[in-house]
Design a protein around this ligand. Sequence first.
Ligand SMILES: [Cu+2]
Length: 154
Amino acid sequence: MTKLTLPLLATLTALALTSGVALAGSEDVVVENAWARASIGVNRPGAAYMTIRNTGDEAVTLTGISTPLAMMPEIHESKTNAEGVSSMAPAGEIAIAPGEAAELEPGGLHAMLMQLQKPMTEGDSFPLTLSFSDGGDIAVDVPILGIAARGPDG
Ligand SMILES: [Cu+2]
């Protein structure tokens, strides 16, 4: 070890920190009121809900989600047709205009958690990472509410 080592390490650390910062847009995203319902076992998918707010002045695009809780997490959208039959499908990328928010709520957009790795137990929480088109990620801790919860307050 020479005395050159420390400044070199400091430089590398600074570079690593700089490259971890989102390029534009997603650093202004704020996630509010995240919640999920407890599951019965792992055979059926779980779902998580939240408000994803763009507080910046550039549009942001949510491109995907990931969590260690589920092998196949995906943003879905539920729709009800004129006959009252509801169905859901992958929502693709979600663009959020400046000052706007994407609402993930029962009956609409939701984070579908397919292939659960363990049951979702009331009182626990799990990490969920949102990825954006500018390369930024936002990690959220999602509290698990009761099996009959309808909103972030239960
Ligand atoms: Cu779904």
